[in-house]
Structure formats: C-alpha cells, structure tokens
Design a protein around this ligand. Sequence first.
Ligand SMILES: Nc1ncnc2c1ncn2[C@@H]1O[C@H](COP(=O)(O)OP(=O)(O)OP(=O)(O)O)[C@@H](O)[C@H]1O
Ligand SMILES: [Mg+2]
Length: 359
Amino acid sequence: MTLARIEIDEFRCLERARLRFDPQYNLFVGPNASGKTSLLEAIFFLGRGRSFRTRRLDRLVRQGQDGFRLVGWVEGPPARTTVLGIGGTRQGTEIRIGGAAAGSAAELALHFPPQIIDPEIHKLLEEGPQRRRRFLDWGVFHVEPSFLEVWQRYHRALRQRNAALKPGSDPRASAVWDPELLAAGSALDEMRRRYLALLGPLLADYGRRLLGVEVALAYQPGWAHGETFPEALARSTERDRRFGVTHVGAHRADVGVRADGHLARERVSRGQQKLLAAALTLAQLAIQEARAPGSGALLLDDPAAELDGHRLGLLLELVRELRVQLFVTALRADLPGLGAPGRMFHVEQGRIEAAAEPG
Ligand SMILES: Nc1ncnc2c1ncn2[C@@H]1O[C@H](COP(=O)(O)OP(=O)(O)OP(=O)(O)O)[C@@H](O)[C@H]1O
Ligand SMILES: [Mg+2]
C-alpha cells in the first residue's frame, strides 16, 4: 500500500494542502516552525486515527477554525484504491473508509499503517511502560489476526472486574469476571511472546550495526516471574479488593531493553537511546514488511537532530534496506544517505509546494 495523495484542511498550521506523493521517497524541506512536523502528523493521523504529539484534538484544529479534514488515497492491496477520510473537531473524530463509517480507528491501519521516528522517540525507552506496551501491541496486531478481538475482550473484562471491586460491591461480583480475564490475558501473553521471539533477533542485528552493542529484550508479562497468570491473580485478589483495582495482568506488561546487559534507560546516552528506539521501530517495520510486502510507511521527522553524521548514515542505511514508502523532513535539502528523493516539497509558513520535477 502506498499513500498516493492527501488533502489536508485546517490541520495545525496547514490551512489547505493538496499533495501527490512518490511511492518511495518524499522529502519535505523547510525552516523551523514552517509546518513540517504538522504535515507528518496529518499523514500519521490518517493511518492511526491519532497524533504522535498530543492526545488533545483541540491542539490539532487550526486556530480560529471549528474542525480539520484529512483525506488520503491509498493504492495497492487489498483494494486498488481506498479512500480514507477523517473529520476532526475539538470534541471528536469521524472516520470513513471507502465511504463507510469505520468501527474503530484501528481499522485505518489495515489500509495504511505508518510508523514514525521523531526527535521524541527516546521516550519509548525513557518513560513508563505504557508507551512500550502500545509499541509491542501495535506489532502483535500486524501478525496475529485475532489480537484486536482478544485485546478488546481482555479490557472489557478488566473494566468490569475493576468496577465490581469498588468499595461496597459484593466480593463475589468481581470473581465472575476472572475466567474471561484469565483466558484473554493468557492469550495476549502468548501472542506477545511469539511476537517478541520474532523481534528479538532482528533487534539484536540492528543494535550491533547501529550501536555496536548487544541489545536484548526482557519481557515482563504483568505478573511475577515463576508464576502463572491464574496463580498471580488468585494471590492478588485480596489486595485488589482492598484497593479496588486489578494489580496483575496483561495490562501491566512491559518490555525492558538491555544494551550490553544494562537497562538502556539507566545506562546509555540520549543519542544512543534514540538509535535504540529507532532500531526497535525498524525491526517492527521489517516484520510487518515480511508479512505484507509493500505495506509499510515510515515517517522520519528531522532524522539529523541529535545524531552525528556517522550514526545518521548507519540509520539511513537500515531505512533504505527496508524499501518502505518514506516521508522525511529536514531543515536542508542535502540530507545524505537516502539518495535523491522521488518528490521534494518546500514547506514555508504552513504552505507546501512541490519542487519542480527533475528533468
Ligand atoms: N492548532 C494550530 N493552529 C495554528 N498553528 C498551529 C497550531 N498548532 C501548532 N501551530 C503552529 O504551527 C507551526 C509549525 O509547527 P511544526 O511543528 O509543524 O513546525 P516544523 O516545521 O516541524 O518546525 P521545526 O523545524 O522547529 O521542528 C508552529 O509555529 C506552531 O506554533
Ligand atoms: Mg518539526
């Protein structure tokens, strides 16, 4: 799948843009605050139904306007061209796929699944487990067809169990949800383990090439090692009742990233953290590409930020090997390492102009 065209209206500082993209490499060049990241954010939103910068929709609507509109034309399997449309206001979004209302934002990604590497990517390693869990689950979603349904079942059971644990509720009411929670939670755990068995070796290879270190993943399922989920839940029930919340389970899972045996968060520099997080994203994209060749898209926001020329070169070499559709921003047109862009655009004060085609 490739994003062939996009229409953007009233999104961030972008008042109106009509763009045709290259199936391989698109480069957006412009000074600070011109709208480069906003443009990537619009492309990302089209495939993920959310921003990578904020959860607040009011930030995305152009100042003084009531709502934004994004439309994208995606070419390739499963259908020849699928039109994705998103209308957003400060209150919510409306998503249409091929003209019909979509059931959930996750359906967008079946047509256009973009990944992003941006200057904030180190947060994947630095911050709490939520980001890593979401990263992990995005990967699992692309290789396990039943993932979304099981994930939704798990979270429904968790919500119900937590509601039944609130003070004053009948202690037996929460136990009603245990079988469903255990079944869905154990299934999620197995899917995540299978996925990490694919991701680990790729990550190790990228880690060696990018950083020259041995990178390993340490999975924590959301309960203590050496225990099964049913054992952990049984042991936690007393405490769960006291605090009115479920303390163990797949919703508490995490993946630690270790470099040469040390937890990356505690040991490596900011630049190294960026490279490690980028390696994770590229490994995930490589798995996605192996499953569905030609399906991936990668957004690279200012890849030159905080990386020295040598490391940047190594990173872009890996990116090039993946052969996914690229959307790259840079302050200057002479970004080395990716060759000549198929299409180049100049971004200036919220306006985006395609540069003249070579020849
Ligand atoms: N909702 C909005 N309405 C109007 N303008 C906005 C909105 N949100 C952000 N902006 C402005 O959009 C401009 C462009 O921001 P953006 O982050 O896209 O720039 P950029 O080209 O990526 O810059 P940099 O090179 O510094 O990363 C900024 O001046 C910002 O203040
Ligand atoms: Mg930017």
